[in-house]
Ligand binder design. Structure first.
Ligand SMILES: [Zn+2]
Length: 370
């Protein structure tokens, strides 16, 4: 697969390049388009104008340079040219920098830089639109602190360790504003190659009661308002389809192995165990009934993957399991084995240590420095 990062790494443009047809068409649009000044981020003493789509922001080189090493290089490069710059490139005496990103992303990032706690509390939910902007532009323009904070916030919900995953409140630390859907979040993780985030995202997708796998894989999830359907990136299909099969197989053989007195799942070629193959039911009627109920809740009519993370050993349905069978229950051990296998199960790598976030060429955008 082509590096998804490369598709969204156009740098800012400070000069017009009429030789490129796409550029030419955008310039034709610019000539007839009225640009909107974003009032809350239009400072009378600002000394540079950033333009994204049809929105302009008058901001400060010095402040943004402390946040973004990439912008600092751009500002340093354009300052000496200001006195000789074509007047059409100046707005109220400020150099104009055209950016190829969305106006919404820049609004979110500049609001976070300028307004800080007024728009994002240290604690409490964070808007997904702001989180996306912090990660996407934070990575592209080297807003190191925004990128780190955005990643920390997202990994608190979709972590790279089992204990946090078990304790994480699925999505409630995120405010799903602007119609963002779970598909958007998975697609962002794929776009930015947040490899350590993907296993938890995929696992949450499979365990979600909010949508079906059919909706996730084929129909897409609906943005609200607007009704636009967002489909998950095709590169996630193999991980979700084959990964789900692999996890269900583990549920039968390992995670819910304590139900094995109902059926013996050992391979016919495995001669190491002393017990015989076949129906190995416990002699306690109460224990058999408890196991039967758990089996029904987990596997009927279809396998419920969220059952992996329920505490069956202390659940009321598990209360009737006899002491002898209870010794076979090792949910945490099985969960840990599953967690360690997730990189392989989702075709991301052999081990967790192989997975990196922002696992792409960080120098892709360097060529855009003017
Ligand atoms: Zn028993």
């Amino acid at each position: 697969m082509a590096n998804p990062c490369a598709t969204n790494r156009d740098g800012p443009r400070t000069k017009r390049r009429r030789s490129e047809s796409a550029e030419g068409s955008s310039l034709a649009l610019a000539a007839t388009t009225k640009f909107t000044r974003f009032e809350h981020l239009w400072f009378s003493d600002g000394n540079v104008v950033l333009q994204a789509q049809h929105t302009q922001f008058r901001v400060h080189c010095t402040l943004l340079s402390t946040q973004s090493t990439f912008l600092k290089k751009i500002f340093t490069a354009i300052q000496p040219k200001t006195s000789t710059t074509d007047s059409s490139e100046l707005i109220e005496g400020c150099p104009l920098i055209r950016l190829t990103d969305s106006a919404a992303d820049w609004k979110n990032v500049l609001e976070t830089v300028y307004l800080g706690l007024a728009v994002t509390k240290w604690r409490g939910p964070i808007k997904v639109s702001r989180l996306v902007a912090m990660l996407r532009l934070g990575h592209k323009y080297d807003f190191a602190h925004l990128k780190e904070e955005g990643l920390d916030r997202l990994m608190a919900v979709y972590p790279d360790n089992l204990e946090t995953f078990m304790g994480a409140r699925n999505g409630v630390d995120l405010e799903w504003d602007g119609g963002w859907t779970f598909c958007d979040l998975v697609n962002l993780a794929i776009e930015l190659r947040l490899q350590r985030l993907l296993p938890a995202l995929y696992l949450r997708a499979m365990c979600s009661m909010a949508f079906t796998m059919t909706e996730l894989l084929y129909d897409g999830l609906t943005r609200s308002p607007g009704g636009e359907r967002v489909k998950i990136h095709p590169s996630a299909h193999k991980a979700l389809v084959m990964g789900r099969d692999a996890i269900i197989a583990r549920m039968h053989t390992d995670i819910f192995g304590f139900l094995s007195s109902v059926y013996e799942w050992r391979s016919p070629t495995d001669t190491s165990a002393s017990t015989e193959l076949g129906f190995q039911d416990c002699t306690s009627p109460e224990c058999r009934r408890s196991k039967g109920l758990i089996h029904y809740h987990v596997f009927v009519p279809t396998t419920q993957l969220h059952a992996i993370f329920m505490n069956w050993d202390s659940h009321q349905l598990g209360q009737g399991i006899c002491d002898e069978c209870r010794r076979d229950i090792d949910l945490w051990g099985a969960r840990n084995r599953l967690w360690e296998a997730l990189p392989q199960i989702f075709f991301l790598g052999n081990e967790w240590k192989d997975l990196k976030n922002f696992d792409c060429d960080s120098d892709l955008h360097r060529s855009a420095v003017p």
